[in-house]
Design a protein around this ligand. Structure first.
Ligand code: FES
Ligand SMILES: [Fe+2]
Length: 408
């Protein structure tokens, strides 16, 4: 699966982790590799292996100067392609440095994130044309935090509609403060066993979660699942949320959440709401990517709150998700699961990824990695009397496909 993930550009950092030219180098662990990221004198981003090629000192301690990162042990210096460009402890006439190159990966800023491509040079992927990535910075708020599980355990929560009727519910939904931006808790509580209908596409799949909401009306939540681990979450009103789950290693994940408004800049109120940690992102310990509510403090579970107001007694929506997903262990043994009809989208996501990984073993490259335009789709939350997903999708085709919508 790691080989497959390496065929795609992966978000790895927020741009302000490398705030300016020649700023401090930063440790980055990605797909189980220890790397160092730095921004060189020209503002370009380099991502190289952490250990110096000489005798293995960590380049985290390096000096970032004059278009390269210099190891502080004996002064060897590398440019952003990993090429050794200076070897001051060897005779000046030596050409030894020309033979020394660190593993380095291409990196670039796009859509408010720093992306890294770790695959073979002969197959360089193209950056996905996700709607949120194509918007101006003003229309988007990007955040990152660490989850102590395998990436799939987190991603599976994004495409698991039925859990929201329980994990994220309130005991007295009628009293819920309705911000108009998430499906109302009331609506979710009416029908707790949504029908899940999956439709495979060239970018992965979408699914409709159908809930009866009374008077012959259905609520349809159409979620987009884009390979390898992108999601577009249904929304009633902007800002919408999108996520991507990127493996640090087998047992830890970087979660990126993008809140965006495709039609207007985010307001200060939008941004302030996001800082409160009520949903995505969670509250983060200052100076880290570690959520304040984490396993070491039982996610600040409040049993009194659980008795009187909220299903879990845990504060934020992501805090609730993360508590439960981390409680399974970093990689849950899937042989012990018992999947039901509510898990159709989870099954589809696993099947798609496994198919692509097996194809790659046979030498079949993932089509999507070089078809970035396939990502130009949207999610949707709609109430309608239509009972058939294909009819709903047909009715809303222009709203679900970006190319049918106004451009910016
Ligand atoms: S270990 Fe880096 S220069 Fe010697
Ligand atoms: Fe959730």
């Amino acid at each position: 699966m790691g080989e497959l993930l390496r065929r795609f550009w992966l978000p790895a950092m927020l741009p302000d982790e490398l705030p300016e030219a020649d700023s401090a180098p930063v440790r980055l662990r990605l797909l189980g590799e220890d790397l160092i990221a730095f921004r060189d004198t020209n503002g370009r981003i380099g991502v190289v292996t952490e250990q110096c090629a000489h005798r293995g000192a960590s380049l985290f301690f390096g000096r970032n100067e004059e278009c390269g990162l210099r190891c502080v042990y004996h002064g060897w210096k590398y440019d952003l392609t990993g090429q050794c460009v200076d070897m001051p402890n060897e005779p000046a006439e030596s050409n030894f440095k020309e033979k020394i190159r660190l593993t380095a990966y291409p990196a670039q800023e796009y859509g408010g994130l720093i992306w890294v491509y770790m695959g073979p040079a002969e197959h360089v992927a193209q950056l996905p044309q996700l709607e949120w990535a194509l918007l101006p910075d003003s229309h988007r708020s990007v955040s990152k935090w660490i989850q102590e599980t395998n990436y799939m355990q987190g991603y599976e929560g994004d495409i698991d509609s039925s859990h929201s009727s329980f994990l994220h519910s309130l005991l007295k939904p009628a009293e819920a403060e309705d911000d108009g931006k998430t499906i109302s808790a009331l609506q979710k509580s009416i029908d707790k066993s949504p029908r899940i209908i999956v439709r495979t596409t060239d970018y992965g799949f979408f699914y409709g979660a159908q809930r009866a909401v009374g008077n012959g009306t259905f609520n349809w939540r159409i979620t987009q699942s884009l390979l390898p681990t992108f999601s577009l979450i249904p929304f009633i009103a902007y800002p919408a949320n999108a996520r991507v789950w990127v493996p640090i290693d087998d047992g830890r994940t970087m979660t990126f959440n993008v809140s965006f408004n495709a039609e207007a800049p985010l307001t200060e109120k939008d941004r302030e709401w996001r800082r409160q940690g009520r949903a995505f992102p969670p509250e983060i310990l200052p100076g880290t990517f570690t959520p304040k509510r984490n396993a070491s403090n039982d996610y600040l579970l409040d049993r009194e709150l659980q008795r009187t107001a909220s299903y879990t007694g845990i504060f934020g929506v992501n805090d609730q998700d993360r508590a439960i997903q981390e409680s399974m262990a970093p990689i849950y043994d899937r042989r012990r699961e018992h999947l039901g009809t509510a898990d159709g989208a989870v099954i589809a996501a696993r099947r798609n990824l496994l198919k692509l990984a097996k194809d790659l073993e046979q030498g079949i490259e993932p089509w999507l990695a070089t078809h970035p335009e396939a990502y130009r789709v949207r999610s949707m939350d709609v109430n309608t009397t239509l009972a058939d997903l294909d009819v709903v999708v047909n009715e809303h085709r222009l709203a679900l496909q970006l190319d049918g919508a106004p451009t910016h």
